[in-house]
Design a protein around this ligand. Structure first.
Ligand SMILES: Cc1cc2nc3c(=O)[nH]c(=O)nc-3n(C[C@H](O)[C@H](O)[C@H](O)COP(=O)(O)O)c2cc1C
Ligand code: SF4
Ligand code: SF4
Ligand code: SF4
Ligand code: FES
Length: 607
């Protein structure tokens, strides 16, 4: 069976399958109650022998949660409450009537979309790393096996040499999805050739980039694919032990991974003499405290060893000297999630997807001012415009696209003029940004680029481990300057001071955190310098975001004296008498904007 034909779960035994997303996003929207109501109602109606409810990992449309997909039709229901779930059981599952009210509406055309397959958000994706998430129950190993799970490992152990495995990964063109895009096959080759009796494989599931959650979704939705891929890697490089380093903020991922490890051991897919061969391999989980710097590979290794999570100079690289001084292969979760399909369907199949220098697909965590936020997996080389407008439905409220930040706090922004940049490693660097782990934050015309730069720098400053002075102190000085600018206290020369500090920090910091921390600031100044000048010279925030630089006023000629503004004002800053013109007392106003939103006559302006 070809890869493209793989889809869905076993539909033979039941009349219908109801997939209920139980990823962390939907769990926080109440999907567990929704699912309970659904299963109770199905049982009440006596349908439980013909309808199977399956709890899956993230489907990708987290802002629409709780999400339910009913097969075989593939009807996609969004924001399903417990009452809605009972209605689905009674109307859809019993009487075969789709509940139109709960369908997804295309944000551009306002049309209701009847099925999952007709949603632009899904049908423009190619799901390789996410092939199982949202489709199978991650807590049931048989569902993974039914999707060719552990077949890749069996094939590797029984028919391929170490070199053949590495040659396949190399030929596929797969590059590391953790940020730097280093060729995966090459890294595996380095680790294989490093001489040692003991080697390790590490999966980096630290995922500290704010807004990114693809690794969490894979671990929550398809943990066995990581176990299988790490075992394949262990065989290829000659390792017998693996570690998954995952942050403590991901309890569901940890729980499902632990369950999957126990199941894999029970089935003999982990442990001694796997598939009756000489290969033995096991995996342990290490839970990190959730520090961004611990995603940096040398800090991560130190943390696994029980030391303080601080980076060290490289070389030696982990492939030569890693955990406890032994050669260690370290790859990202999404990188590992591509391994089994490459083994099963071949390097040639994989390398046909994507572009010349960036093969395969990339998962993006799309957030910000965009209609469809969530996870999308698209072929490398899709343009930013296609992702923002075609896949994710464009900008809400008919507002203008202003910029998109890629590469998280280490990356840069792409502007309206760069919407046709193809999303692949090298073109993003050439455009002044980077791929990073795949965070994609979209900003509309109301975003302030000084405030955004301050947000990212605030994050990296806070996360600096403090080992080296330029990163620890330099980012603090930069942040102070940005703080002043947003408060209307910017000085002529601040932009030049930011450039000077940035250069110093970039060149003299020990690890990638410091080296890349100034990137968002530099990129935003480069593209939106006039906004910085307006803040500094005119004490004006053109986007009306920086609180200290805005004020609210009532236009006397428009005010009808209805008093609504005074009623919503939290600080009693609005005074006036009914049917007379109201006024705002500047000293009391905290610039919350509630009055502006409430005024029915457009009499309040922000300036
Ligand atoms: C500050 C910093 C944070 C990082 N965080 C992560 C992370 O959360 N996950 C990750 O896979 N790689 C992260 N990396 C990159 C890793 O150091 C390493 O390159 C990666 O795990 C290698 O895997 P790959 O080749 O599969 O991409 C980070 C790097 C830096 C400098
Ligand atoms: S650059 Fe920053 S995060 Fe990296 S080692 Fe130095 S102080 Fe720590
Ligand atoms: S902006 Fe907020 S605090 Fe100021 S007057 Fe309006 S409601 Fe009151
Ligand atoms: S809500 Fe508008 S119209 Fe009414 S009193 Fe306030 S400013 Fe005047
Ligand atoms: S967690 Fe349910 S769609 Fe992402």
């Amino acid at each position: 069976m070809g890869y493209a034909q793989l889809g869905g779960v076993n539909l033979n035994l039941y009349r219908a399958h109801v997939l209920v997303c139980a990823g962390a996003g939907c769990v926080s929207s109440g999907c567990l109650n929704t699912m309970q109501a659904l299963t109770d109602e199905i049982a009440k109606l006596g349908l439980d022998r013909e309808i199977k409810v399956i709890e899956t990992g993230c489907i990708g449309t987290c802002d629409l949660g709780p999400v339910i997909v009913v097969y075989p039709e593939g009807v996609f229901y969004r924001n399903v409450t417990t009452d809605d779930a009972r209605e689905i059981a009674n109307e859809h599952l019993l009487k075969g009537r789709t509940i139109q009210r709960l369908l997804y509406r295309n944000p551009l055309t306002s049309q209701l979309v009847q099925t999952y397959g007709e949603m632009e958000f899904f049908n423009r994706q190619i799901r390789i790393a996410l092939r199982n998430t949202g489709l199978i129950d991650p807590e049931v190993i048989e569902e993974y096996i039914a999707r060719d799970g552990y077949e890749g490992l069996a094939r590797v152990l029984t028919t391929m040499s170490e070199e053949q495995v590495i040659a396949t990964i190399t030929a596929s063109g797969l590059r590391g999805r953790g940020g730097a895009g280093f060729p995966t096959g090459k890294k595996w080759g380095f680790t294989l050739r490093a001489p040692s009796e003991q080697k390790y494989v590490v999966c980096n599931a630290d995922e500290g980039d704010p807004g990114a959650f693809m690794d969490r979704s894979i671990l929550e939705g398809d943990p066995h694919t990581i176990i299988e891929a790490m075992s394949i890697a262990g065989y290829a490089v000659g390792a017998s032990k693996g570690y998954v380093y995952v942050r403590a903020e991901y309890p569901l991922a940890v729980k499902r991974l632990q369950l999957a490890l126990d199941q894999a051991r029970k089935y003999g897919f982990l442990g001694q003499n796997i598939f009756g061969t000489n290969f033995s391999f096991d995996i342990m989980i290490r839970v990190g405290a959730g520090a961004f710097v611990c995603g940096e590979e040398t800090a991560l290794l130190a943390s696994i060893e029980g030391r303080r999570g601080e980076p060290r100079p490289r070389p030696p690289y982990p492939a030569v000297k890693g955990l406890w001084g032994k050669p260690t292969l370290i790859n990202n979760v999404e990188t590992f999630a591509n391994i089994c399909p490459i083994i099963l369907y071949g390097a040639e199949w994989y390398s046909r997807i994507g572009t010349e220098k960036s093969k395969g697909t990339k998962v993006f965590a799309v957030a910000g001012n965009i209609n469809n936020t969530g996870l999308v997996e698209v072929p490398m080389g899709m343009t930013l415009r296609q992702i923002v407008f075609d896949v994710c439905g464009g900008i809400p409220g008919g507002k203008e696209f202003k910029a998109a930040q890629t590469g998280g706090p280490s990356g840069g922004c792409l502007t309206k003029e760069q919407l046709d940049v193809t999303m692949e490693y090298d073109t993003l660097v050439a455009a002044g940004s980077m791929m990073g782990s795949g965070g994609l934050i979209v900003m509309d015309e109301d975003a302030c680029m000084v405030d955004m730069a301050r947000f990212f720098l605030d994050f990296t400053q806070d996360e600096s481990c403090g080992k080296c002075t330029p990163c620890r102190i330099g980012t603090k000085r930069m942040l102070e300057i940005l703080d002043r600018i947003t408060k209307g206290e910017g000085r002529v020369g601040d932009i030049e001071a930011l450039y000077g500090l940035a250069e110093n920090i970039r060149e003299t910091s020990l690890c990638g955190l410091g080296q890349s921390a100034p990137n968002p600031v530099l990129s935003m100044i480069k593209h939106f310098r006039e906004e910085y000048e307006a803040h500094i010279r005119e004490k004006r925030c053109p986007a009306g975001v920086c609180q200290a630089l805005i004020s609210y006023n009532i236009i006397a000629s428009k005010c009808r004296g209805c008093g609504l503004c005074a009623r919503v004002c939290p600080t009693a800053a609005v005074s006036g008498k009914p049917k007379e013109v109201y006024r705002i007392v500047r000293a009391k106003c905290v610039n919350c904007g509630a009055c502006l939103e409430k005024c029915p006559f457009g009499a309040i302006v922000r300036s």
